[in-house]
Design a protein around this ligand. Structure first.
Ligand SMILES: [Zn+2]
Length: 235
């Protein structure tokens, strides 16, 4: 993990000079992003996020704001953005075909297996092979801080997730701790076919870190961390 003042980066992804990415820290707003010299050549693409399973493939910047939770592109110059405050931001990179994705993985989108849809688009539109994909999992609310009700556990169980892998008991027998990161890691490895060694993680909890925004901690509906990934224009 390498920290600037504004966002966190994953060293393995920094190895590709054609790629930019970052997991935003508190205070790094969309306005700050547009002012950052390394990002100013890019056209930011921001969605109206829905907590859905919807992913879009972009060849150019959309004319109107898209409503969904994932973006995929192989076009240089676009900066794919997902905003989070406790949900898990995930980037996918196909170094072979130079394609990227940014996905907003809250529990509802995880239940919808949004990463499976994103990898499906990477495969059909860009020719990506799962065994070559890299995934970067950003900061999110961690299991020990993320209590959910029995209906969430039942929904995951019905969707084919093994509850014992992603839920832990709490003191209250009607509440469970959900491991959002592990649920998505399982999708990446068991369902999609990424190699475990190609999954990079920032082991940071939004609820525990004052450098990050947490919806559950702050009760602030407006504040979001800005996470971005894009392919640089050649030259
Ligand atoms: Zn925590």
């Amino acid at each position: 993990m390498i920290a600037s003042k504004q966002y966190l980066s994953i060293p393995e992804l920094m190895a590709w000079p054609w790629l930019v990415h970052g997991f935003g820290l508190a205070g790094f707003s969309l306005e700050e992003l547009k002012k950052a010299p390394e990002l100013s050549p890019f056209q930011p693409v921001v969605m109206k996020q829905l907590h859905s399973g919807r992913v879009f493939f972009l060849e150019a910047a959309p004319e109107e704001k898209l409503a969904g939770d994932g973006l995929v592109t192989a076009s240089a110059g676009l900066l794919l953005i997902v905003k989070t405050a406790d949900c898990l931001p995930v980037f996918l990179v196909d170094p072979e075909n130079r394609a990227v994705a940014a996905i907003h993985c809250g529990w509802r989108s995880t239940l919808e297996k949004i990463l499976v849809s994103a990898c499906g688009l990477l495969r059909t539109k860009c020719g990506s092979r799962p065994e070559n994909l890299r995934a970067a999992l950003g900061p999110c609310i961690e299991q020990k801080c993320y209590e959910v009700g029995p209906e969430v556990r039942e929904s995951f169980s019905a969707a084919g997730f093994e509850p014992a892998r992603i839920f832990a008991p709490t003191m209250n027998k009607n509440k469970f701790y959900l491991d959002l990161r592990e649920a998505n890691r399982l999708l990446l490895t068991a369902e999609i076919g990424l190699q475990p060694g190609n999954i990079y993680e920032l082991g940071l909890c939004t609820f525990c870190s004052n450098d990050l925004y947490s919806y559950r901690r702050d009760r602030q509906t407006e504040r979001r961390l800005v996470n971005f990934i894009g392919i640089k224009e050649p030259g």
